[in-house]
Design a protein. Structure first.
Length: 120
């Protein structure tokens, strides 16, 4: 099997949902409508998927915790803190890839998935 398609679908859903929530927070504070951009490319023997949003960004002080299980900045009932932890587990443990992010407060966040092409 080259990949666990259902698990990767869950990763994409989690990242897009988080992006939509980040944009929703900006819009709720009177900001303009936001954007979510998904880009794919090939980097050598890896496929790269970027999920970028124009949301509020992730504050520097909590960036080291975003992949921790049960860590969330969302209101009670809106998030469980499991989405990014599960996404990281699927990408890194199940697929041998990487999941990283870059963020700028007030500008947005881009999560980057890199997955090896091919497999057993």
């Amino acid at each position: 099997m080259l990949c666990h398609v259902g698990d990767l679908n869950q990763v994409f859903l989690n990242l897009i949902t988080n992006a939509a929530h980040a944009i929703g927070d900006v819009v709720a504070k009177g900001g303009n409508m936001g954007t979510i951009r998904i880009r794919t490319s090939r980097e050598g023997n890896m496929v790269r998927i970027d999920v970028a949003d124009s949301g509020s960004g992730i504050p520097e002080a909590i960036r080291h915790r975003v992949f921790d299980p049960f860590f969330t900045t969302k209101d009670v009932g809106k998030g469980t803190g499991q989405g990014l932890a599960i996404a990281r587990s699927v990408v890194v443990t199940k697929h041998g890839g990487t999941l990283t992010f870059e963020s700028e407060v007030g500008k947005g966040t881009t999560f980057t998935i890199r997955l090896p092409i091919g497999g057993e």
